[in-house]
Design a protein around this ligand. Structure first.
Ligand SMILES: [Fe+2]
Length: 168
């Protein structure tokens, strides 16, 4: 049976209602992975961008009650992310196709509104890989080739202010 966007949104919502994200993040990751392994899901929800739909980011589902979002990100070209957090939100990244080189950073110093970070971990995310980044976690994704991602956001990151971050 193909897995649909509606089912994914419903599964995530159920987990967040029953457990919250701190206790339920592994369970949410499980369902994100289920979507990533479904070629039909990827085909319908992570389409190639074109002149009609050029934005790499698409909010596929936004839950008006709990505020979480399911987003599709499709990058046709290399994309280099600098270290960032997700403000007051958590985020789950799921790799659908291509590879992302992910670096995690630890905050070593804070000065007024500026956070200084040092690298702690680097790994490659391959198709099917899913990672949870808690509120305040800092990471930087580098994409060397066209990639497709599913990103679940605790709150729509379009409307969230992120911290100012600098490498230490
Ligand atoms: Fe991020």
């Amino acid at each position: 049976m193909p897995y649909s966007l509606d089912e994914l949104a419903k599964d995530i919502k159920g987990i967040l209602e029953d457990y919250g994200i701190q206790e339920g993040s592994d369970k949410v990751c499980y369902f994100v992975q289920k979507a990533l392994m479904d070629q039909n899901f990827i085909h319908h929800n992570l389409k190639d961008r074109d002149s009609e739909n050029p934005n790499p980011r698409e909010v596929l589902y936004e839950d008006l009650e709990l505020g979480f979002c399911v987003c599709g990100h499709v990058y046709n070209q290399e994309a280099d992310g600098t270290p960032h957090d997700h403000g007051s939100s958590w985020a789950i990244y799921g790799q659908a196709s291509g590879e992302t080189e992910m670096t995690e950073w630890e905050i070593v110093k804070e000065e007024s509104d500026l956070k200084f970070v040092k690298e702690t971990k680097k790994y490659i995310m391959k198709p099917g890989d899913v990672r949870f980044y808690n509120v305040g976690d800092v990471h930087s994704p580098v994409r060397k080739e066209p990639v497709r991602l599913l990103r679940i956001e605790g709150r729509n990151l379009d409307n969230i202010e992120r911290s100012k971050i600098k490498e230490f």
